[in-house]
Design a protein around this ligand. Structure first.
Ligand code: ATP
Ligand code: MG
Length: 296
């Protein structure tokens, strides 16, 4: 279903989400997750049906499970009927320009950096790690948010301090690791490895740091099947990796070119939906899903 445009002032249109102002609720925003999927900094076509609702429901589920660690931006689910299930009213925050990445396992851009330098974001790691190795302890590897269409850049802790100051940097570091540790435990009990994830935080006018954006979804995280995971050999995954792999290995698209990626074939779209549904079902047991309104 194409996500309807609402008759509200649009504050921002991201790759996946739209943020609207709510003129009768100052300081609040309506955050709508579309069914769009992005990979390698491109928005792909076509949409992945049901994805926006899964991202929204999963974020809500995690906010609830993390509430004793950190405040979050959720205000209410009192949203226009056309976007029920895929939207929430949130506090408007002053967002920090960083993605707070935590890695418990080495893969993706972390693995690429490790192969060059044995470091990730300035953190030295032991020799002999493989793609998919479990790290002795989770590491905080922030990235500076790039302008639309450009790639976020991994940064070291000193760079983070320059961006947000020493106190906020320490808070983002500690909160990110605490949230990861809680989420990793919850996922592990359900047969899922939370290999890595990224958080975005913002600040209230009184200085409180608040967890914002989406959290611990298959867009922002790598979820691996604990049964099939072997370091160096990958694992079945319930996240966007399937789409990245199709683009990189099967689509014939050259990532280094300035061409747009090709459209996803129907079977890839369906298999992607299934993975997102499986992530929801495994994590939550499938209870309490707020459905979208049936399309007209
Ligand atoms: P970005 O790299 O900025 O995340 P994106 O294309 O991934 O770009 P989306 O994730 O689709 O963008 O859109 C969500 C946008 O809303 C992000 O820019 C995020 O920082 C912002 N955002 C999330 N929560 C809040 C909030 N509570 N207040 C203000 N902005 C928010
Ligand atoms: Mg984003």
């Amino acid at each position: 279903m194409v996500t309807p445009h609402l008759d509200l002032p649009l504050l921002a249109e991201g790759k996946v989400r739209r943020l609207y102002r709510l003129p009768d609720q100052p300081g609040r925003l309506l955050m709508v997750a579309t069914d769009r999927i992005s990979a390698y900094d491109h928005v792909l076509t076509p949409d992945v049906p049901g994805k926006g609702a899964i991202l929204t429901n999963m974020s809500l589920w995690w906010f609830d499970h993390l509430a004793d660690i950190v405040d979050n931006h959720l205000v209410s689910l009192d949203v226009p009927a056309e976007v029920t299930g895929r939207a929430m009213v949130v506090e408007e925050l002053d967002m920090f320009p960083v993605e707070c990445v935590v890695r418990g396992y080495l893969t993706g851009s972390g693995w690429a950096e490790y192969q060059r330098s044995h470091c990730v974001c300035g953190i030295q790691l032991p020799d002999g790690l493989q793609d998919g190795s479990r790290l002795e302890e989770p590491i905080f590897t922030p990235a500076a948010k790039a302008p639309q269409g450009e790639h976020d850049e991994n940064i070291d802790y000193l760079h983070l301090v320059k961006l947000v100051g020493p106190e906020v940097a320490a808070q983002l570091h500690d909160l990110s690791l605490r949230i990861y540790q809680r989420a990793e435990e919850i996922a592990r009990e359900r047969g899922i490895i939370l290999a890595d994830t990224k958080f975005e935080f913002g600040r209230r006018a009184d200085g409180t740091i608040v967890l914002a954006d989406e959290v611990l979804t298959p867009d922002s995280s790598r979820f691996w099947d604990a049964e099939t995971w072997r370091p160096g050999q990958g694992a079945d995954s319930f996240d966007k990796q399937y789409v990245r792999d199709w683009l990189a290995n099967e689509s014939g698209w050259d990532r280094a070119s300035d061409q747009e990626p090709p459209a996803l074939p129907d079977d890839v779209v369906t298999a992607t939906s299934r993975r997102y549904e499986e992530a929801w079902a495994r994590l939550t047991g499938g209870e309490g899903f707020v459905e979208e309104d049936a399309p007209a």
